[in-house]
Ligand binder design. Sequence first.
Ligand code: CP3
Length: 372
Amino acid sequence: MNAPLQNDRFLRALRREPVDRTPVWLMRQAGRYLPEYRATRQRAGSFLAMAKNPEIACEVTLQPLQRFDLDAAILFSDILTIPDAMGLGLHFVDGEGPKFERPVRSHDDIARLAVPDMETDLRYVMDAVRVIRRELDGKVPLIGFSGSPWTIACYMIEGRGGSDFGRIKAMALNDPAALHRLLGVVTDAVIAYLSAQRAAGAQALQVFDTWGGVLSPAMYREFSLRYLKRIASELQRGDGAERTPPSNGLSVAHTPLILFGKGNGPYLSELADTGTDAVGVDWTVSLHGACLRTQGKVALQGNLDPATLYASPGTIRREVRTALDSYAKGNGGSRDGHVFNLGHGMAPDMDPEHVRVLVDEVHAASRERRLG
Ligand code: CP3
């Protein structure tokens, strides 16, 4: 049995319930900007060695929480664990990012893809979730995650990060049926993966659609949004909990889903209709505008430009207050239903002291404003 939750601000905000202050966590909050992360990485040997060892994954998941007053922890892992478990041979080349030894190049490659077994092939991920839940001891909720099918497919087909997506876009145009077959298997795997993380103890789930924004609107709807919809509807169906728990509080709590997408601004109203609980937005939309487009159907997460962390503490505080107020303005004056975050992940050269300024300002300013 896991300990009762001591800080439920994040889960309450995802349900759009009132909180005393706006909860905050940061994408990539565990990582190379922390000297203690770099020390653990040195000891473990590599990023993959860290991610594949549940005790070490737990250690680095907790590192940012020991320093900062964050309202959620995120599983230390990667979106590329699924294709790795499918046999593509993931490795990281220093300074070049992720690479696959056996990228998907033919119809035969696609036909061979199968959904990995979650408690054998990806057992290290589920074990990490269990160890982290135990060690968190109810301090804050744990977020599990996956890449979106489109974003995972980008890496499977291009074979590496940092590409211009020429291969996968050519496939979408020349051989859409083959790409849909691939996206279908990956979507089955993502649903099984998120369900297994939830069963292992993840208290919220986030899907990272990092590369959805590189598509034209028609292609976004066909190759990304369609599969996000399937994930949202199948996860809700398999939740085993009511979406709105009865007031006796005895039912199993619903596990909220967040759909984050870089460049998803044009699609916010469609994302709000997928059945997801929350949508994560980047800094190219204002929170005010995002509220108007989502009409109170979902909670919103975001959306400070990560580069704000390079600015001076005074400027960081000002930008935090601007984002908080932009949300309230769009949400009819209410600050409920907002989870503060960056619009994308942190970079290795960011100053941990600036993270502290950001987190503390979110809490102080959002509490002060609620007290009016
Ligand atoms: O947010 C967190 O703290 C949780 C851990 C997390 C990692 N990757 C750890 C990681 C999460 C949520 C991810 C997701 C992820 N991985 C995404 C989607 C999120 C996003 O940023 O849009 C993507 C596209 C990947 C694929 C990937 N993995 C890339 C492009 C890289 C960067 C390679 C590099 O050298 O910068 C990784 C490696 C990776 N994943 C690191 C971390 C902390 C850096 C590892 C290291 O070198 O120590």
